[in-house]
Design a protein around this ligand. Structure first.
Ligand SMILES: Cc1ncc(C[n+]2csc(CCOP(=O)(O)OP(=O)(O)O)c2C)c(N)n1
Length: 622
């Protein structure tokens, strides 16, 4: 069936049996591709029927669908002319793992970070009304994403304003792990009221029997429907805040989904929320049983579900294990996660210290606000969040933490380029935006051991602090020493006279390798592990630059306001004369998807290029 379908026009010609067959074909196709390329598997398998129903009932690109997070859009891509291209999913130059306006007209809004869809859809709907147009606007949001503050702010606005739009609440009871929170409790009450589906579908039959459906008829229907529900659940949250609530509906029954979507089109004086029940990983038993593991996966063997690559130790694990060790010694230490327990390495901590572990939903702002409150009372909160998601909590870092100088330990996981998830997920801005904030101490370890040492150091520091470390494992380099961490103190790893190489974080290992290669060519490089972006070790760096007169910096962040900028500022401020400087970093642009190795090559951060550039720099000087 999949061979016959290239777009939603083809889809609309199919009957229900054929659509069911198509759903199975799509599942197989997605499994083939994701097992090969890696990607977000379980969420996509869960929305196959829902996406088919949406494309059957609505007409894109006139009608607009905003996908929250956007990790579940593989089916949507298949049904909007990108079936073949999906084979290049997440590869350099290939199709992105998230919706992109520049990829297709059917992608009306870019997403990647959670909980933005309702705001964006409301904006699109208001623009439609201002322009006097009539198209439908929908947001598809998961129960996990609904826990994010931005989604709740938008719900508050949509319900009150009565703007015509539809929210599809894709409820699979999961965020990445099990979903949590009061809203989840509300949804589980609603989930069990299967009778709604029946009553709604029969309402749809009534609607169909009325030839021309006027506003008053809809109102009567709504009234009847509301009174039925009120009998069962005394307090209808969604209806009370201004929505027409439809559902819950079986998210794997295409006919029922189409019926309820058609019904929603009839409601013209209010926003609608359709509660759709789906199963994460649907149709692939191994993912159904381990939806968290298959939320996002590296390439795997289809028959067994086993990863194709042997997974070694990574920074998140090292962080998690060290935190357990520190928490055993210090009962003030607590850990907070914004729905990323596994990803940030906190699973062990959550088991060993359940009372000191807080999963607070996909709510980074709240995570930092909560941490600030705890720190104000003498608790030591440790908050690991991915670099790109820290962007969301910037004001909490400034206003709630730094301004009050509260000792919160902010661990920035996935700092630097992350690879296949692409521009929304690259962790390239954190050094730049954290460096601006007064009172923050900012560190980055050169390897696993230094991360452990830094954690030991910061739990005693009693200041707001940021430690950033990359995705995956450590870059292999044999460090002969690990000096004790002292506040604002860099580490000279190799002495030399020809050039100073200052690196931070994962690139320190690369700096050492480059220095060794240069040595073979009789170029004597000094290597400094900056350790602290702030406060920068001005004394050590100044003395070295004065000696060598040549300096390069290497960092996995944007060119603006990182290590390179800090060293340039130092050269100007200290009036150092006749210095050659070159900063290696990512440029001032959003960095596309591709493997980290590929991206580093493209942006000139690979060993060979840096070595070549150093040689050129020294040659022109001679
Ligand atoms: C701001 C932000 N924080 C964290 C994430 C990481 N993340 C991606 S998907 C996801 C869970 C989403 O759950 P839900 O909305 O229920 O969708 P499902 O995958 O279950 O369909 C999380 C936490 C993110 N994308 N954005």
């Amino acid at each position: 069936m999949l061979e016959k379908i290239n777009n939603s026009e083809d889809l609309k010609k199919l009957n229900i049996e054929e659509k069911n067959e198509l759903a199975e074909d799509i599942r197989k196709y997605i499994l083939e591709i994701v097992s090969e390329n890696g990607g977000h598997l379980a969420s996509n398998l869960g929305v196959v029927e829902l996406t088919i129903a949406l494309h059957s009932v609505f007409n894109l690109p006139e009608d607009k669908i905003v996908w929250d997070v956007g990790h579940q859009t593989y089916v949507h891509k298949i049904l909007t002319g990108r079936k073949e291209q999906l084979k290049t999913l997440r590869k350099l130059g290939g199709i992105a793992g998230f919706p992109k306006r520049n990829e297709s007209e059917a992608d009306c809004f870019n997403t990647g970070h959670s909980s933005t869809s309702i705001s964006a859809a409301l904006g699109i709907a208001r623009a439609r009304d201002l322009k006097g147009e009539k198209n439908s606007v929908l947001a598809v949001i998961g129960d996990g994403a609904l826990t994010g503050g931005m989604a709740l702010e938008a719900l508050n606005d949509v319900g009150y304003s009565k703007t015509r739009m539809t929210i599809i609440l894709n409820d699979n009871e999961m965020s990445i792990s099990k979903n949590i929170g009061g809203l989840n409790m509300l949804l589980s009450k609603l989930r069990t009221k299967r009778t709604y589906t029946k009553s709604n579908i029969s309402l749809k039959n009534i609607v169909n029997k009325v030839p021309i459906l006027g506003k008053p008829t809809v109102r009567v229907i709504q009234k009847v429907k509301r009174s039925i529900k009120q009998l069962i659940i005394p307090k209808m949250f969604f209806e009370d805040i201004g929505f027409t609530y439809l559902g819950p509906v079986d998210g794997h029954n295409i006919q029922e989904l189409e019926n309820i979507l058609e019904l929603s089109k009839q409601v013209i004086d209010k926003p609608v929320i359709i509660h759709v029940l789906t199963k994460k990983g649907k149709g692939y038993k191994i993912a159904e049983e381990n939806p968290d593991k298959f939320h996002a996966t590296s390439p795997f063997v289809l028959e067994t579900g086993k990863s194709k690559k042997q997974k070694g130790k990574d920074y998140s694990r090292v962080f998690g294990d060290k935190l357990v060790e520190l928490a055993e010694e210090n009962e003030k230490i607590v850990a907070i996660t914004a729905s990323m327990k596994d990803g940030t390495g906190l699973t062990r901590f959550s088991k060993e210290f359940p009372n000191r572990f807080f999963d607070i939903g996909i709510a980074e702002q709240h995570a930092l606000g909560l941490a600030a409150g705890m720190a104000s009372q003498g608790i030591i909160p440790v908050v690991p969040i991915y670099s790109s998601f820290y962007q969301r909590a910037y004001d909490q870092v400034i206003h709630d933490i730094a301004l009050q100088n509260l000792p919160v330990i902010m661990c920035v996981d996935r700092a630097g380029a992350v690879g296949a998830d692409g521009e929304t997920h690259q962790g390239l801005l954190d050094m730049a935006f954290f460096r601006l904030v007064p009172n923050l101490t900012i560190l980055a370890p050169k390897d696993f051991k230094e991360l452990e040492d830094m954690l030991e150091f910061v739990v005693k520091l009693n200041k707001p602090v940021v430690i950033r470390y990359p995705r995956g494992g450590e870059e292999k380099a044999l460090f002969e020493k690990h000096e004790e961490i002292e506040e604002g103190k860099a580490e000279i790893l190799k002495e030399g006279k020809a050039i100073t190489i200052i690196a931070i974080g994962k690139f320190v290992a690369r700096a050492m390798k480059i220095a060794k290669k240069l040595e073979e060519k009789n170029i004597d490089a000094e290597v400094i592990n900056a350790r602290f972006l702030k406060p920068l070790d001005e004394k050590t760096i100044k003395e070295s630059i004065e000696k060598t007169k040549n300096v390069i910096t290497i960092e996995d962040g944007t060119i603006i306001n990182g290590l390179g900028t800090a060293v340039k500022e130092l050269i100007v401020d200290k009036k150092l004369q006749n210095i050659n400087i070159r900063a290696f970093s990512y440029p001032d642009k959003f960095i596309e998807h591709g493997s980290v190795d590929e991206l580093e090559k493209i942006y000139g951060l690979d060993e060979e290029n840096i070595e070549k550039e150093i040689e050129k720099m020294l040659e022109t000087q001679n």
